[in-house]
Design a protein around this ligand. Structure first.
Ligand code: T1G
Length: 690
C-alpha cells in the first residue's frame, strides 16, 4: 500500500487519505496511491462507497509544481498518472466522495470533480490557479468544471485563477454539500447515503453556452491578465467543452496545456512561484534562530510612508503608535489613513466595522509615551541622514533594549544610521514601497551589526504583515533602487536622443511593466532624484555622461505630477499629455536626435537593469538572482510572466544580453561576462550558491 495514500474501511466505506505534507500535492506516488486504494475498495465486497480526503491541513493543492521545473529543464514528466487517476475515479462502480478542507486547487479540484460527489467544510476554498503558473488545467478540469457549474463560472475560475470559498462553490454546483462538524464523519455519512445509487459521472453530462461569454472573457483577459497567453488558452479549452464530446474536449485541453507548458511565460511564472518562497531561506540563519515576538509597534513619521506602514500593521491586527512632531502633521496623516480606509469600504474590500477595527489599532500621538512597551519601532521620517540619526538617538533611549529598531530609508546607509544608537545589533532596514499598504515588497536591509535574530524576526514579520520580505545588503539604493537608477537614467538618455517620453513609456508598458519609467519618475517626483544627485554631485566622474533633462526640468520647477508638469503635462485629474517643452529642453543637451525603435528601447532598459543586477550579485548585496527578480516583480511592476529581470536574461540567453550591452558601448558586469562565456545562467549561479 502506498505510504502517500492510506486506506481504511469504516462502516463499509473505504477512506483514502492523502498523506503528502505540506499541501498534499499530487507528487509522483500520490495518483498511484489513489489508484491502488480505489482498486482495493472496488475488490472489497464489504465496501459500499469510497471517501477521498486530505490528511493534515488541506485537501489536494494541485499537481506537484516541482515536476514542471523538471519538464522545463528537459527532464520529462507529465500528467499521465493524474489523468489515469481522474479517469478511474469517475469510472468507479462504487460512488466516490471527495471530502474537502483547506484548499482543492488545480489538480486537486480536478480529482475532486472526477469523484461523483464533493462535500466541503465552509472554510475550504476551491480553484484552478494554473494560469498563475502560465499553464491551464490539464487534468480535465476545463471539461468537468463547465459541466458542473456552467461555462461562465468555469471561464472565470480557469482564466483568472482566483479561488472561491466553498459556499460559493456549493451555490455554483461544484460542491454538493457544506458539512458542519467533523468532515471525515460527515463524508462517511454522505457516502453511505449515496451507496447503491448509480454514481453520477460529470464527464457524461453536456454543456452549452452563449459564444458571447468567451468573446467577453478574452477581452477581460486582455485587461486583467495583460500580455499573458495562458488565460486565453484556458478560455478556449472551456469553450471546447461546449462544442465537443467529452473525450475530444479533453484532447483539446491536453493540446493547449502542452502548448502553455512549453512557453517562456510558464517557465517565468513557475520561477516566480518558487522564488517568492525561496527568498525566505537565508543561508546561515536556520529555522532554529530565536524569533523576537512582535505584538506592539510604533512608527515615527505620519507622512505617506509612515501612514502606510501604520495601516500595514493595523491590517495585520497589530496595534501601532503613530508619532509625529506637530498636531497638524499628525492630523494630516490620520486624515489620509481614514480616507484610505473609507475608499476600501466604498470599493467593498472590507466592511465599515473592519475598517473601524483597524483604525482603532492606530494610536496617533506627539510623544514617546508607550514606546517602552513596543517590540519594534519603525522610523519613517524625511530621507535625510542627519534627521534619521537624531531620531534613532532618541528612540535608542525610549525603546526597550530588546526592541527592533527599523528604518524605512530607501537608499541611505543603514550602518551609519545604526551608529547613532548604542545597540546597532538591533537596527535593521525595513524598506517599504509606496503605497506601503498596497505594494507587497519589503526590502529588509541587513546592517553589518544586525543580529541573526533581528534578521530572522524581520523575515518572519514580513510574512505576518502579508509582505514579501527580501533580505538585501547595505549599499546606496540596496537592490531595487540601485538598479532603478541606471534604468531611469537610460530612459532619460533615450528622450535626450530623440525618443518621445510616450514612446519610451508605451514600449515598456507593452513589454509588461505596470508603468513606463518616465511616468514613474513623474509620479515619484523628479525633485527626489534631483536632490539626491545634488547631494552626490561631488562624486560624479568627469567625462561620464549623466542625464540632464530631469535636472533641466527641476531647475524650472517642473517636478512631475506634484507640479502638474514634468516629462508630461498633467491636468487636475493628473491625466498625462505630452509636454512640448521636453523636446525643446532635450535639444539643449546637445545630443543629435534620431528615430529610436521599440526594440532598442526594450533592450537598453532591460540591459540597464540586468547589468546592475549582475553587479549587485557580485557585491553580495543580493543573496541570489531570484531575490532580485522577486524585488522587481513585487516592488517595481516588472511582469511576473517574464520572471523578473534576471530570469528574463536567462530566457533571452546571457550571451545575447552581453552582446547587446557591448553593442551599446557599455562594460558588461564581470559576472555577466563570465556566465555568458561559460554558456551558463543566473539560475545556475544561484544553485551554486545555495
Ligand atoms: N507543488 C509543490 N509544492 C507546493 C505546491 C505545489 N502545488 N503548493 C505549495 N507548495 C509548497 C511551497 O513551495 C512551500 O514549500 C510549501 O508547499 C508551503 O506552501 C494538473 C497542472 C496551497 C494556497 O498552483 O497556492 O495542479 O517553501 O508557503 O501559504 O491541472 O501553496 O515550504 O519548501 O505557499 O499555506 C496548481 C500552489 C498546480 C497551488 C498554501 N496548484 N500553492 O499556501 O503555503 S498545477 C497551485 C499555493 C496543477 C493540474 C495542474 C499555496 C497554498 P516550502 P506555501 P501557504
Amino acid at each position: 500500500m502506498s505510504t502517500l495514500v492510506s486506506y481504511a474501511v469504516e462502516r463499509g466505506v473505504a477512506v483514502l487519505t492523502v498523506e503528502n505534507p505540506p499541501v498534499n500535492a499530487l507528487s509522483p506516488g500520490v495518483p498511484q496511491g489513489i489508484l491502488e486504494g480505489l482498486a482495493q475498495a472496488s475488490a472489497d465486497g464489504e465496501v459500499k462507497a469510497v471517501v477521498l480526503i486530505g490528511g493534515g491541513r488541506t485537501f489536494i493543492a494541485g499537481a506537484d509544481i516541482n515536476e514542471f521545473v523538471k519538464i522545463h529543464e528537459g527532464q520529462g514528466g507529465g500528467l499521465d498518472a493524474i489523468l489515469q487517476a481522474v479517469t478511474s475515479l469517475e469510472a468507479s462502480a462504487k460512488p466516490v466522495v471527495a471530502a474537502i478542507h483547506g484548499t482543492a486547487l488545480g489538480g486537486g479540484l480536478e480529482v475532486a470533480m472526477a469523484c461523483h460527489y464533493r462535500i466541503a467544510v465552509a472554510a475550504a476554498q476551491v480553484g484552478q490557479p494554473e494560469v498563475k503558473l502560465g499553464i491551464i488545467p490539464g487534468g480535465e478540469g476545463t471539461q468537468r468544471l463547465p459541466r458542473l457549474a456552467g461555462a461562465k463560472a468555469a471561464v472565470e475560475l480557469c482564466a483568472f485563477g482566483e479561488p472561491i470559498p466553498a459556499p460559493q462553490a456549493h451555490a455554483a454546483g461544484i460542491v454538493d454539500r457544506i458539512v458542519e462538524g467533523d468532515l471525515r464523519a460527515g463524508a462517511i455519512d454522505f457516502a453511505l447515503g449515496v451507496a447503491g445509487a448509480p454514481p453520477p459521472r460529470t464527464g457524461e453530462r453536456t454543456v452549452t453556452a452563449d459564444p458571447a461569454i468567451f468573446a467577453a472573457a478574452h477581452q477581460e483577459a486582455d485587461k486583467r491578465m495583460r500580455g499573458q497567453t495562458a488565460p486565453h488558452a484556458a478560455i478556449d479549452a472551456v469553450e471546447s467543452a461546449t462544442r465537443l464530446p467529452f473525450r475530444e474536449g479533453c484532447a483539446e485541453e491536453a493540446r493547449l496545456f502542452e502548448q502553455c507548458l512549453k512557453s517562456d511565460q510558464s517557465k517565468a511564472l513557475v520561477h516566480a512561484f518558487f522564488g517568492e518562497r525561496a527568498v525566505a531561506k537565508i543561508p546561515g540563519i536556520g529555522k532554529d534562530t530565536p524569533l523576537l515576538p512582535v505584538r506592539r509597534a510604533a512608527v515615527i513619521g505620519a507622512g505617506t510612508m509612515g501612514g502606510g506602514i501604520a495601516m500595514v500593521y493595523a491590517n495585520a491586527g497589530l496595534p501601532i503608535i503613530l508619532k509625529e512632531t506637530t498636531q497638524e502633521a499628525l492630523d494630516r496623516g490620520m486624515g489620509t489613513i481614514r480616507k484610505n480606509y473609507a475608499n476600501s469600504v466604498k470599493r467593498g474590500r472590507f466592511t465599515e466595522a473592519a475598517a473601524n477595527e483597524r483604525l482603532a489599532l492606530i494610536t496617533p500621538q506627539l510623544t514617546y509615551d508607550g514606546f517602552g512597551e513596543c517590540d519594534i519601532v519603525i522610523e519613517a521620517v524625511f530621507e535625510n541622514m542627519g534627521l534619521k540619526k537624531q531620531v534613532f538617538a532618541e528612540i535608542d533611549t525610549v525603546a526597550r533594549p530588546d526592541a527592533i529598531l527599523a528604518s524605512n530609508t530607501s537608499t541611505l546607509d543603514i550602518d551609519e544610521i545604526a551608529s547613532a544608537t548604542k545597540r546597532p545589533e538591533w537596527v535593521i532596514g525595513h524598506h517599504y514601497f509606496s503605497p506601503a499598504n498596497v505594494m507587497r515588497l519589503l526590502e529588509i536591509v541587513r546592517g553589518k551589526a544586525s543580529s541573526k535574530s533581528v534578521v530572522a524576526s524581520s523575515m518572519d514579520l514580513a510574512r505576518k504583515l502579508r509582505k514579501v520580505g527580501v533580505l538585501v545588503g547595505n549599499c546606496r539604493g540596496f537592490v531595487g533602487n540601485r538598479m532603478f537608477a541606471p534604468y531611469c537614467r537610460e530612459s532619460i538618455f533615450l528622450v535626450e536622443e530623440g525618443a518621445p517620453p510616450e514612446l519610451v513609456d508605451g514600449t515598456m508598458y507593452e513589454f509588461g511593466m505596470a508603468m513606463g519609467p518616465l511616468a514613474v519618475q513623474d509620479l515619484a517626483g523628479l525633485d527626489v532624484g534631483w536632490r539626491i544627485r545634488l547631494e552626490y554631485k561631488h562624486t560624479e566622474v568627469p567625462g561620464v555622461r549623466y542625464a540632464e533633462l530631469d535636472t533641466l526640468l527641476c531647475e524650472r520647477g517642473h517636478y512631475g505630477q506634484k507640479t502638474g508638469r514634468g516629462f508630461y503635462l498633467y491636468d487636475e485629474a493628473r491625466k498625462p499629455s505630452p509636454n512640448p517643452q521636453v523636446r525643446e529642453l532635450a535639444a539643449t543637451v546637445g545630443v543629435p536626435p534620431r528615430a529610436i525603435g521599440k526594440q532598442e528601447i526594450v533592450d537598453r532598459l532591460t540591459c540597464a537593469l540586468i547589468n546592475e543586477g549582475a553587479r549587485i550579485l557580485e557585491d553580495g548585496i543580493a543573496l541570489r538572482s531570484v531575490d532580485i527578480d522577486i524585488v522587481y516583480i513585487n516592488g517595481y511592476g516588472f511582469p511576473a510572466w517574464r520572471g523578473g529581470p534576471m530570469k528574463y536574461a536567462d530566457l533571452t540567453g546571457l550571451t545575447a544580453i552581453r552582446d547587446r550591452i557591448r553593442g551599446f558601448g557599455w562594460k558588461p558586469a564581470p559576472l555577466l561576462d563570465r556566465l555568458a562565456g561559460e554558456g551558463s545562467t543566473f539560475a545556475a549561479y544561484d544553485k551554486g550558491k545555495s
